[in-house]
Design a protein around this ligand. Structure first.
Ligand SMILES: O=C(O)c1cc(=O)[nH]c(=O)n1[C@@H]1O[C@H](COP(=O)(O)O)[C@@H](O)[C@H]1O
Length: 405
C-alpha cells in the first residue's frame, strides 16, 4: 500500500478505545485515515488512541470542532498540533480560524473550518437565527477561510464547486454526509454518494456509520474505495506532453520529490529535487516520451519513458503530493502498459529505490517483478551501471523492476 494520504477517512465514532482499535486493525490495509471525535475523546481515551496511532505512523484527524474565545482556541489547537494531528477541525468563524491558524504556524497540522454541518438545511439555519441559507453561509465562510489562509473546509458535496471557485482552488474540501446508494441517511440532510462527492472534487470523504455499522466494515470500506477510484478515473485524462509543458513538468517533479525529504535519514540529507524546465526541454529534444495526467484539466502528474533494449523503460513517474493516493500513478502505469503493447515493446522496466515504500514495493504491488542483472538486456545493464545510478545507490539500495509480456 502506498503511503500517500488516502481519500477515505473513517470516523471512529465508537464508544471505547478497544472498539476503535479493533476497527483500525480491520481497516488498516484499506489505506484509510482515521477521525477521532467527541465520542472517543470524552468517553473512550481518544487522545491516548491518537498518540498510539501516530506512533504507528498513521494519519489522524482530530475532530474537535472548536469554537471559543481566541486564546482558548489557540491553546487547544496548539495541544493537538503538538500531538501530531494531521487534521484538526474548528468552526469556520473568523476569530476562531485566525486563532487556530496562529497555533499551527510552523507545524504540519492542517486546519479545516466546518462551514455548515451536513445535518442542517436552510430551515435549520433560519431556526438558529442565521440570515443566510446553506449555500450563502458556506460561501461567506469559504471566503473568510481563504482570506485567513487555513487549509480547507468541511462542507457537503453540493458546495464543493463553489468553494473551489471562491478560493481559486486553495481550499481543500472534505465532505461528510457520505451515503453509498441504499444506505440510511440517519441524521444527515445534505447527503451524496462517494462517487458524487469525488466527482464534485472532494479531497477526502468522511464516512462513519456506513462503514463502522456495516456487517463487514472492511468490505464496506472497500466498496467506498472502489467508488472513489471510479470517480477519480472519470475526472482524469492522460495526454501526451509537449515542450511547452516543460515548466509544468518541473513543478510537479519538484513537488513530488519533497516526499523524500519527509523520509528523513539519507534521503532527507540528499536534498533530492526534481528536474528543471531546461532539463525537461532537453528530454523532449532527445525524443523521450512524456505524458501528463490531468485532474479536472489541471496537470498533476506525469510519466517519462524511452525505449531500452526492446522494452519501454520507465524513467520516472511523478504525482503532485496533493493528488497522491487517488490512483493516478496506477493509471499512468496502465497507460504505459497499453502503449507498450500497442507499439510492440516486449515489456516494461525501470530502476528504482528498493525500500522506499512508494518506489520498489509500489512497483511490486502493481504487477512488476524484481530483476537480477542477468534478466536485464545490455542497454538496461549499462543504465544500471551508470555513474548516475552509482550515486543514487549511495542514498539507498537500487533495484531493477520489470515485466515481460
Ligand atoms: O466535522 C465533521 O467531521 C463533520 C462535519 C459535518 O458537517 N458533518 C459531519 O457529519 N461531520 C462528522 O462526520 C461523521 C459522519 O458520520 P456518519 O454520518 O456516520 O457517516 C461524524 O463523525 C460527524 O461528526
Amino acid at each position: 500500500m502506498s503511503n500517500a494520504t488516502p481519500q477515505l477517512i473513517t470516523a471512529l465514532d465508537v464508544p471505547t478505545r478497544k472498539e476503535a482499535e479493533a476497527l483500525v486493525e480491520r481497516m488498516d490495509d484499506r489505506g484509510v485515515f482515521f477521525k477521532i471525535g467527541y465520542q472517543l475523546i470524552y468517553g473512550g481515551d481518544g487522545l491516548g488512541l491518537a498518540r498510539e496511532l501516530k506512533r504507528a505512523g498513521k494519519k489522524i484527524f482530530m475532530d474537535v470542532k472548536l469554537l471559543d474565545i481566541p486564546n482558548t482556541v489557540e491553546k487547544g489547537v496548539a495541544g493537538l498540533a503538538e500531538l501530531g494531528a494531521d487534521f484538526v477541525t474548528i468552526h469556520a468563524e473568523p476569530h476562531c480560524m485566525a486563532a487556530a491558524k496562529r497555533a499551527v504556524e510552523g507545524t504540519d497540522t492542517k486546519l479545516l473550518g466546518v462551514t455548515v454541518m451536513t445535518s442542517l438545511d436552510d430551515e435549520d439555519l433560519k431556526a438558529s437565527g442565521y440570515a443566510y441559507g446553506v449555500s450563502d453561509l458556506v460561501a461567506r465562510r469559504a471566503k473568510q477561510a481563504t482570506e485567513i489562509g487555513i487549509d480547507g473546509v468541511i462542507c457537503s458535496a453540493q458546495e464543493i464547486e463553489m468553494v473551489r471557485d471562491l478560493s481559486s482552488g486553495k481550499l481543500m474540501a472534505v465532505t461528510p454526509g457520505i451515503r453509498p446508494k441504499g444506505s440510511a441517511a440517519d441524521d444527515q440532510k445534505r447527503i451524496f454518494t462517494p462517487y458524487q462527492a469525488i466527482e464534485a472534487g472532494a479531497a477526502h470523504l468522511v464516512v462513519g456509520r456506513p462503514v463502522y455499522k456495516a456487517n463487514d466494515p472492511y468490505a464496506a470500506a472497500g466498496a467506498v474505495n472502489d467508488e472513489i477510484h471510479a470517480a477519480n478515473d472519470a475526472v482524469t485524462r492522460i495526454r501526451p506532453a509537449d515542450p511547452e509543458d516543460a515548466a509544468v513538468l518541473s513543478d510537479i517533479d519538484n513537488d513530488a520529490s519533497k516526499r523524500f525529504a519527509n523520509m528523513g535519514g539519507a534521503f532527507a540529507s540528499a536534498h533530492l529535487t526534481g528536474l528543471t524546465a531546461a532539463q525537461y526541454a532537453e528530454k523532449f529534444r532527445q525524443n523521450e516520451l512524456l505524458w501528463l495526467i490531468e485532474h479536472r484539466d489541471l496537470p498533476v502528474g506525469f510519466v517519462r519513458a524511452k525505449p531500452v533494449d526492446n522494452l519501454l523503460y520507465i524513467a520516472e513517474i511523478g504525482v503532485a503530493r496533493a493528488h497522491q493516493g487517488k490512483g493516478l500513478g496506477r493509471r499512468l502505469l496502465a497507460h504505459m502498459r497499453r502503449y507498450a503493447r500497442e507499439n510492440e515493446f516486449k515489456g516494461l522496466a525501470g530502476l528504482t529505490w528498493k525500500d522506499v515504500p512508494f518506489n520498489g514495493p509500489y512497483y511490486l504491488h502493481n504487477g512488476f517483478q524484481e530483476w537480477s542483472l542477468d534478466q536485464a538486456g545490455p542497454e538496461l545493464r549499462t543504465l544500471a551501471a551508470s555513474s548516475d545510478e552509482q550515486k543514487l545507490n549511495t542514498i539507498g539500495e537500487r533495484m531493477i523492476f520489470g515485466e515481460r509480456f
